[in-house]
Design a protein around this ligand. Structure first.
Ligand code: BG6
Length: 523
């Protein structure tokens, strides 16, 4: 692995002049990004997140040569598994879900460092066993006493696991060693519980060793917001209330919630993704330029903008929530939430949420930020659309510009990653008629390299101790502070409005924008 990866040969028929060594640049740039000696312990290793995302991401990192030679992966769970059985589970999940191609040689090296410890979270003996296992891998595999603990578990279990890590001495690094704790959202269910949770975690692990995962920050297209805004001269002059009419941030999913009742019922769309992913997208879009990309500088700007962000009032008019009912999606009949397995028949959990935010800064005063998310919507798409004001004067007959909309810059986060600029252009012909056209940048066409999965990037950053892409405690608490009033408001206002699966949410969501003469985009 590392620097020894074989250089692919040119394909037959390719002339040397056309052949560019695809590994060269990647290898040069990745040198400082190879993790040092360490292990990663995953709690909740039998869950969906581990199987579909975490284990494949570990393999992908190994395949890209970014893990150290003695890297060790330790699974911790209640099942009565051996190391070999766990290795077989990892193998299957890599085969099914890894991004990069399966290479036997990479797999064999990774498999040498796979261990399993059986136990429940309140089992002291199991944590003592874990401590022994890690001491042994330090000895046998040179992991140097550097261990990451990934809590891919329900939040109710965080306190117990943190206490066990503390009691068994696992949270305490020796000299020149590190111990880091990675926690998955939800970080609480409101401001108060988030504070309690942070107290529990911080009592055991210092803040600079806590890595809170918001996997949206691991996405290339999300990091590209910073490149787009701060590496170019083109956009900044118009990135403010003089030119921007409003911003729409959409995270739409076509999937339903079958199989996720345990997590989702009682949580709902706003807590699930607005509190974290969408507010982080807003922060990247609205923040000022950081002094540098040092983690503390970046966090400082996000904290500033989140501190200035608040819900527009009155909440009855500026927010909307819904719950999907049965309908058709992709040619398939699907059931409504109340008929999904595990959801209570009178569940008031919202599967669609939309809110209006205002950012009280000189740059953004008066510009609404509309955020919406939902399950079982028309299609899967996440995008940020910065919609510009209309030109103050159009020197055309009205008939010539009837089909001219507002200019927009759309950051396409997924699935068709890229950026679109929408502007008016003359329709070819003998008369002057102006219509909207799109200018597109697409990752698929512009770059030959494929984007790493968010979890690849974030796991590597944990192992490197690089916290830039992890929300700080203060950001998490500010996000709850923004959202809490609408959660209280909804809790006191009855059932969410039904919307048919496969549509774009409840009528109140359309109303919410129409009141100010605007429309949601149809991505
Ligand atoms: C998770 C939410 O954080 O993000 C899920 O809990 C959601 O409800 C998922 O489906 C979407 O992630 P992605 O990367 O597919 O957009």
């Amino acid at each position: 692995m590392g620097g020894t990866g074989a250089v692919p040969r040119p394909r037959t028929g390719t002339t040397p002049a056309q052949w560019v060594n695809p590994l060269r640049d990647e290898r040069d740039k990745r040198l400082p990004r190879i993790a040092g000696p360490c292990s990663l312990v995953i709690f909740g290793v039998t869950g969906d997140l581990a199987r579909k995302k975490l284990l494949p991401a570990v393999y992908d990192l190994a395949n890209r040569g970014l893990l150290p030679p003695g890297f060790t992966l330790v699974g911790f769970a209640r099942r009565d598994w051996t190391d070999e059985h766990f290795a077989a589970v990892v193998h299957d999940s890599v085969r099914d879900h890894a991004r990069t191609e399966f290479r036997e040689v990479v797999w064999e090296r990774l498999a040498e460092g796979i261990r399993f410890v059986q136990g429940s979270f309140d089992d002291e003996a199991a944590f003592d066993e874990l401590a022994k296992t890690l001491a042994a891998v330090d000895e046998q595999r040179g992991t140097g006493g550097n261990h990451g603990f990934y809590l891919a578990i329900p939040p109710a279990a965080f306190p117990t696991v943190c206490e066990q890590l503390s009691r068994s001495g696992l949270a305490r690094p020796g000299e020149d060693q590190w111990r880091r704790v990675v926690i998955e959202k939800p970080f609480g269910h409101d401001l108060e519980s988030a504070k309690e949770l942070n107290d529990v975690v911080n009592a055991v692990v210092p803040e600079d060793s806590v890595f809170r995962i918001d996997h949206y920050l691991g996405k290339e297209t999300v990091q590209n917001i910073l490149a787009l805004r701060f590496a170019n001269q083109l956009f900044d002059p118009i990135w403010n209330s003089h030119y921007v009419d409003h911003v729409q941030i959409t995270m739409a999913e076509d999937i339903g919630l079958g199989g996720r009742a345990g997590y989702y019922d009682g949580i709902g769309a706003a807590r699930d993704v607005i509190q974290n992913h969408l507010l982080q997208l807003l922060a990247f879009t609205a923040m000022e330029e950081p002094v540098s990309f040092e983690p503390s500088e970046l966090q400082a700007e996000k904290i500033k903008v989140l501190s200035a962000t608040r819900l527009a009032q009155p909440l009855d008019e500026t927010t909307a929530r819904g719950q999907y009912s049965g309908g058709w999606q992709g040619g398939r009949k699907v059931v409504g939430l109340l008929d999904e397995e595990g959801f209570s028949k009178d569940s008031t959990t919202e599967t669609f949420a939309a809110i209006t935010l205002e950012v009280d800064t000189r740059r953004w005063a008066g510009v609404p930020f509309y955020l919406r998310t939902g399950k079982r919507l028309g299609r899967r798409v996440t995008e940020i659309a910065v919609v510009f004001k209309r030109a103050p004067h159009l020197p055309f007959d009205q008939t010539m510009t009837e089909e001219l909309g507002q200019n927009a810059l759309v950051i396409r986060v997924q699935p068709d990653e890229g950026v679109t600029m929408r502007f008016g252009s003359k329709v070819p012909g003998s008369s002057m008629e102006v219509r909207d056209v799109n200018m597109d940048f697409s990752y698929g066409q512009a770059f030959t390299e494929s984007s790493p999965e968010a979890y690849e990037r974030l796991i590597l950053d944990v192992l490197l101790g690089e916290p830039s892409l992890f929300p700080a405690n203060a950001e998490v608490e500010l996000s709850w502070k923004i959202l809490d009033p609408v959660l209280d408001h909804w809790a006191a206002s009855g059932r969410p409005e039904p919307y048919e699966a496969g549509t774009w949410g409840p009528p109140s969501a359309q109303e919410m924008l129409r009141r100010s003469g605007r429309e949601w985009r149809r991505p």
